[in-house]
Design a protein around this ligand. Sequence first.
Ligand code: AMP
Length: 177
Amino acid sequence: GTPRGSEAKPEGQSSKLIRYRGFRPPVHFIYQAPGGDHHQPGARGGRSMASEKDAALAPVPNDNPTIFDKIIKKEIPSTVVYEDEKVLAFRDINPQAPTHIVIIPKVKDGLTGLSKAEERHVEILGCLLYAAKVIAKQEGLEDGYRIVINDGPSGCQSVYHIHVHLLGGRQMNWPPG
Ligand code: AMP
């Protein structure tokens, strides 16, 4: 078959980088100008691409409390758009689309990321996705939207409390990067 890794022929700068680092840029690296209304200011993000990557690669995955615990306890402010018994959703502080909402379980229960899911988490995983659908409707995203779950350093996860990103209000691109 085709040789992989260091044996493969470079096809250009970016493919070399991807092979070298074993790193795939997150979805928000390739976001382009939003087409719709700006529901959130700074919808293309205030941070540079490098700092997005740094933020995601810096933390060592662990089960310590995160900034999301402070948001749940209302110790730091957030713009909550949806809340029920199990789920909390708030606007992303660094939006990558006109609508960018983070949907989290109120109780983490070891679910730092999707890769830590056990069978006991099946219900909350369903609740998160169902909440995403409800919120998308509430936000008026009739034309569609993007759901993202980043996992681990290679997935560019920066907060180790599982969360679903709901992105909408502009045309998304595929492949996501
Ligand atoms: P991820 O990179 O997939 O782990 O996503 C974490 C997300 O949380 C990023 O999109 C951050 O912008 C967002 N975030 C971090 N801190 C806050 C905060 N205090 N309020 C709202 N969103 C936040």
